[in-house]
Design a protein around this ligand. Structure first.
Ligand code: HEM
Length: 266
């Protein structure tokens, strides 16, 4: 009899609930700190799932499995919507209550979230400077070398007989696809990708609005790391906190899909 058959697993064992519930270590007696830790940990778990689904999405696109790609994209969209809604909980914290424990976690900051950067890199927004700032983290260094979702999309254009050699050609090809959203094989996928990109931008917008509500224009807890990035000559980089976050609002995973929207004509 196999070990699995000997005794049925329980809910707690299968999901490792005791271990999971042992991971919230507050640094202060402040009431809101547990909430702050739980919300961040939940976000990181969703990020883990997002990376799993994004890896599968890239494989489906590279394998020309468009039905699976569309299915995975819908799951990713639902996930990003759910993650964004997570800000509802943390936003109930009042600025004065946050200050009760904020200095204890300094200089930790969401800026150091490796999984968040992995998501950006995997979707197409690679930036070597973040690898250096996170001390050459090996997961990020690996993502830096991997192909991206955008690479997979451009390869798909080529396999479907569309030109994809230069940015100009890619935009022209995307316009061809967008003109026939239902008839072209890549039509639905293209729309789902732009939807994912928009939802991610809304995550950024929601995060910054919540941050402004929480700390106004005070420097963030990651001030020192952000300023290291500024010293490296990051173009138009805000100095810290909300200023920095504002510079991220214009980021998109698939800028050429957005550019094609401008030039599409009847
Ligand atoms: C009280 C709540 C929060 C405040 C006041 C806050 C504030 C900030 C600030 C000021 C930054 C810019 C870097 C810095 O100066 O430290 C930042 C970056 C970031 N935060 Fe938050 N944050 C909060 C909650 C969250 C939550 C719940 C998450 C979810 C994981 C998160 C994820 C991130 C990420 C990923 C970045 C980097 C963004 C980028 O570089 O594009 N933050 N946060």
């Amino acid at each position: 009899m196999s070990a699995v058959m000997e005794r049925a697993t329980t809910y707690g064992e299968y999901l490792r609930i005791p271990e999971l519930l042992g991971l919230q270590k507050t640094l202060t007696p402040a009431h809101d700190e547990l909430q702050f830790i739980v919300v961040h940990q939940v976000f990181e778990l969703w990020f883990k799932l997002a990376l799993h689904e994004l890896d599968a999405l890239r494989a489906a696109m590279r394998g020309d499995d468009l039905a699976r790609a569309a299915h995975l994209l819908r799951r990713l969209q639902a996930l990003v919507r759910t993650v964004t809604a997570g800000f509802d909980v943390i936003e109930t914290m009042r600025p004065y209550d946050f200050l009760e424990f904020r200095s204890a976690l300094q200089p930790a900051s969401g800026f150091q979230s490796v999984q968040f950067r992995e998501i950006e890199f995997l979707c197409g927004l690679k930036d070597e400077r973040y690898v250096r700032l996170l001390d050459g983290d090996e997961r990020l260094a690996r993502r830096m070398k991997e192909s991206t979702l955008w690479d997979a999309y451009v390869e798909l254009l080529g396999r479907h007989g569309l030109k994809s050699g230069s940015e100009k050609e890619i935009v022209a090809s995307v316009i061809e696809v967008m003109k026939r959203p239902d008839a072209h094989a890549l039509g639905p996928l293209t729309e789902e990708l732009i939807e994912l990109d928009e939802l991610f931008s809304l995550w950024r917008a929601r995060h910054i609005r919540m941050t402004m509500r929480m700390i106004g224009s005070k420097p963030g807890t990651g001030e020192k790391t952000v300023q290291k990035l500024v010293r490296e000559g990051y173009e138009r980089m805000g100095s810290a906190g909300v200023d920095y976050l504002k510079t991220t609002l214009s980021k998109t995973f698939f800028p050429l899909l957005w550019e094609a929207r401008t030039f599409i004509r009847r």
